[in-house]
Design a protein around this ligand. Sequence first.
Ligand SMILES: NC(=O)c1ccc[n+]([C@@H]2O[C@H](COP(=O)([O-])OP(=O)(O)OC[C@H]3O[C@@H](n4cnc5c(N)ncnc54)[C@H](OP(=O)(O)O)[C@@H]3O)[C@@H](O)[C@H]2O)c1
Length: 258
Amino acid sequence: MSLFDMTGQVALITGSSRGIGKATAEAMAEQGAKVVISSRKQDACDATAAEINARFGDGTAISVVANISSKDDLQNLVNATRAAFGKITALVCNAASNPYYGPGLGITDDQFRKIMDNNILSNHWLITMVAPEMLERGEGSITIISSIGGLKGSPIIGAYGISKAADMQVARNFSVEFGPRGVRVNCIAPGLVRTDMARALWENPENLKRSTAASTLKRIGEPHEIAGAAVFLASKAGAFTTGQTIVCDGGATISGGA
Ligand SMILES: NC(=O)c1ccc[n+]([C@@H]2O[C@H](COP(=O)([O-])OP(=O)(O)OC[C@H]3O[C@@H](n4cnc5c(N)ncnc54)[C@H](OP(=O)(O)O)[C@@H]3O)[C@@H](O)[C@H]2O)c1
């Protein structure tokens, strides 16, 4: 059997109607997992779940609306997943927000709090809702989609970077707490990926050239190129990996850009 096989697993992925979350759901379904598609929009979730069911068989995917800002929505998402599939074996905290671009001196308290709430607190909520059943079973994998923004200083996306750095610490802390009972917790830190969230950085060819100039591969990443790391972490292939941040960035963080 493939090291990456996910047959028998149930993966709950937030923000999976499009972008990196959708690619992750598709890749996990391809490896045999049942998947839960979630975002703020029912229609978009239904469409993605239908696509996955058409490709991988009816009953592979369900869709459940949930805004990560709402603890009640997240509890409903967890409850609906358990009602449909009986358990959650792989949790991917993928959805995030960045409502502010600009200098740290200009951010409002509301914008700062929104970023911390959606990108850190919501992940903490979801993990505390899902982890107990994993700990009881003695296995499970939790992955937070962080960002290389959490590894570098920035004059434009500073608060987002703070939240993404905190996600790496959330993974380290819970890895220490859960590791003795068989549950692994990791982050993936993508570089620039061709999704709606980063559209301003790649849609215009000049911007794209500037955005990728400092990477060694000199190109933008595609959502499925992040999904592979998520499958690795959720499957047997990642069984000895915990508390880590896997950087998938085309070499952007290791290059001086020369
Ligand atoms: N793209 C990049 O270059 C890049 C780089 C580094 C890290 N990341 C990280 O990768 C993750 C995924 O981003 P992406 O680039 O794939 O973005 P995307 O293509 O814009 O997709 C975002 C997904 O999250 C959902 N979403 C947004 N706000 C939500 C909320 N409040 N509650 C629930 N769902 C919500 C969206 O659906 P609705 O709008 O319908 O809710 C959509 O399904 C994020 O954590 C992001 O920080 C992205």
